[in-house]
Design a protein around this ligand. Structure first.
Ligand code: FMN
Length: 352
């Protein structure tokens, strides 16, 4: 008897297929449809920090060029569909009433502070967990890298201080020292806030604080893509949906971090079918988050992925996810160096 139930950040899930944050999960009706289609958990559309909404408004003038992409129109307006804070709380409580699967609220933040207060309201509204969608664009020529990393840690820490439900961080793949970042993000530890000067000022004794760690880490967010129209000499939107070929970077880091990060890992970006889900689980993911494949193939893809996963497990005589989760992670490999290979070398790949 095949059992694909699992847990994610301590939440019990009937299966590891989580619908990622998007306009598909921006209404109670959308959430209900995802649950009916078989989702193990649902991440709601992000509530976006107003500043980001304002920044992306200038790009929305190009959105009409892309109207053929239907729901992606939202994304082109900077993930669009800005629900107000009260509407968002209504979405959380409505979603909780409508479905039995865990509901993960999503906050997009780049500064912390008032978002931490708001996170507490999400908990009161019934959210089972919170996913922090944090993406800081490192375009400030004067800002040093470690201060950016500290901002991520600080946002997490401030939110964790306000809520009792689990908190996941959803981040992009662009970090200088990703393993170190994950180590600091996913383990509670006492450390002086070395670089966040503004914040350090608030910490009167300048001593150590116990930084709170994440309960989940989503690898990786796929950011808005920018492109150039060479005929009309203007900026246009890149492809809003991922392709299965984009899974590799997530697989690399899932397999490097499994068993080492201090929290559950969720695979994201490029997971389009059951085979992709199996890959992410073999690499060490607790769950997979899917989005593009649902836009491209419909919500029935959730059931298809579930069936494909079960068929693969049957063919390989696995009864439970823990029988094979992380089997191909670096921690379990007798060739750990293979996971760190960056360059193409003829000896290994037969190219050049
Ligand atoms: C139309 C659209 C809207 C999205 N909106 C959000 C959002 O509000 N918050 C968020 O964290 N990610 C958002 N994303 C990113 C997805 O949740 C997901 O991380 C990304 O698409 C990669 O997964 P995939 O390869 O399965 O599509 C959106 C993606 C798309 C295509």
């Amino acid at each position: 008897m095949i059992d694909i139930s699992t847990s994610y950040m301590g939440l019990p899930l009937k299966n590891p297929i989580v619908v990622a944050s998007s306009s598909l999960t921006g209404s109670v009706e959308g959430v209900r449809k995802c649950a009916e289609a078989g989702a193990g958990a649902i991440v709601l559309k992000s509530l976006f920090e107003e500043q980001i909404v304002a920044e992306t408004a200038s790009l929305s003038e190009h959105a009409d060029d892309y109207s053929g992409y239907g729901e992606a129109y939202d994304y082109l307006q900077g993930y669009g569909m800005e629900l107000g804070p009260q509407q968002y709380l209504d979405l959380v409580s409505g979603a909780k009433k409508a479905v039995a699967v865990p509901i993960i609220a999503s906050l997009n933040c780049d500064s912390g502070g008032r978002w931490a207060e708001y996170a507490a309201k999400l908990e009161l509204a019934g959210a089972d967990a919170i996913e922090l969608n944090v993406s800081i664009m490192p375009t400030n020529f004067k800002q040093e890298g470690h201060t950016i990393v500290d901002t991520y840690l600080r946002i997490l820490h401030e939110v964790k201080q306000k809520v009792n439900i689990p908190v996941a961080m959803k981040v992009g793949p662009y970090f200088t020292s990703f393993a170190n970042f994950v180590d600091r993000l996913t383990h509670d530890r006492a450390e002086a806030p070395a670089y966040s000067v503004g914040w350090l000022g608030k910490n009167k004794d300048h001593g150590k604080i116990t930084w709170k760690s994440a309960d989940g880490l989503v690898l990786f967010n796929r950011f808005y893509k920018l492109d150039i129209d060479i005929d009309n000499l203007k900026l246009v939107h890149g492809q809003p949906y991922s392709s299965p070929a984009e899974i590799n970077y997530s697989l690399r880091w899932l397999s490097l971090l499994a068993g080492k990060a201090g929290c559950d890992l969720a695979g994201n970006t490029g997971i389009h079918d059951g085979r992709d889900a199996v890959k992410a689980l073999l690499a060490g993911a607790k769950v997979v988050q899917i989005c593009s494949t649902l836009f491209l193939h419909g919500l029935e893809q959730i059931g298809i992925i579930e069936q494909q996963l079960k068929s693969w497990m049957e063919a390989h005589n696995y009864e439970k996810l823990c029988d094979f989760r992380g089997l191909l992670s670096q921690a379990k490999s007798d060739r750990p160096e293979d996971y760190e290979r960056l360059q193409y070398i003829k000896l290994f790949v037969g190219m050049e």
